[in-house]
Design a protein around this ligand. Structure first.
Ligand code: F6R
Length: 259
């Protein structure tokens, strides 16, 4: 593993979630006024539950942070339960006292999505940069909704979802036809501008793509491979997701720390 990637392997989803929450909480405590990037999808749900309990039991304070979410479907209204705005409120924000003024999520109702992309990118710049960006990874290697392509999109962009992504996300809707076909997503540069990246990955079905992303060539066909260019990436994976990685010293070190 390259020295820029700190790989932490946990036995299962629950311990992956706990470990990731501890890492996030440490950065939050060091940067109580910082900007933090959030992801939706199933993978970080357990981590968000841990953060809620740290807020309730250990006074973990979210009241001064600014939040940025990676992406949002388009078109979709905020009060639709599958919108990422709604999902973040349900899974984290409203439970930890994050108020409306703290939240930045691309507007799924923007009449001109390209203008919204531009405005969102500007907000990211104006924030002074994200202290820690949480990421999941799609089965096809997407991060945010940056789908495999023949080039990397640098900035926040308006994208057409791949059929495989629509099928995969249909589990959150009553049928695949209801999944919006477009999304607004932070671009690859917008993501890797974050001062640190916390990538969560769970399950055997992600093992191959995690290996390709972290140890394969850097290519827009595997958008997550761009993370190899970032100087400070922490990957918290469960055993199954990490099973195909070439696990060198960073892996052994993290195992030693756990025993
Ligand atoms: C979510 C996002 C996506 C997900 C990815 C993995 O905001 O940007 O890139 O992180 O699709 O989703 P799960 O965690 O459901 O496997």
């Amino acid at each position: 593993m390259h020295p820029n990637v700190n790989l932490i392997v946990e036995p299962d989803y629950a311990s992956m979630s706990k470990r990731a929450a501890e890492i996030f909480a440490q950065v939050l405590r060091e940067n109580p006024n910082g900007a933090f990037g959030f992801a939706t999808g199933g993978t970080p749900e357990g981590m968000y539950k841990e953060l809620i309990s740290m807020h309730n039991n250990d006074d973990l304070d979210f009241s001064e942070i600014t939040t940025f979410n990676l992406d949002e479907y388009h078109p979709i209204a905020r009060d639709i339960s599958q919108s990422y705005y709604y999902v973040m409120q349900e899974n984290l924000f409203r439970h930890v006292g994050i108020s409306e003024e703290q939240i930045n999520i691309p507007d799924g109702t923007a009449p001109d999505p390209l203008e919204e992309c531009h405005a969102y990118e500007q907000k990211l710049w104006d924030s002074g940069g994200i202290d820690m960006q949480i990421l999941g990874i799609g089965h096809n290697g997407h991060i945010g909704f940056n789908e495999p392509s023949d080039s990397f999109a640098a900035n926040t962009n308006y994208t057409i979802l791949k059929e495989s992504t629509i099928e995969n996300n249909a589990r959150f809707f009553s049928k695949a036809e209801e999944v919006p076909r477009h999304a607004i997503t932070m671009g690859i540069r917008s993501i890797i501008m974050a001062r640190s990246i916390l990538l969560l990955c769970s399950g055997a079905a992600k093992a191959e793509i995690l290996r390709d992303a972290l140890q394969g060539p850097i290519t827009p066909l595997v958008p997550a491979s761009a993370l190899q260019l970032h100087p400070n990436v922490i990957v918290v994976a469960d055993k199954e997701a990490a099973s195909l990685l070439n696990q060198d010293t960073s892996y052994k070190e993290s195992q030693k720390n756990q025993s």
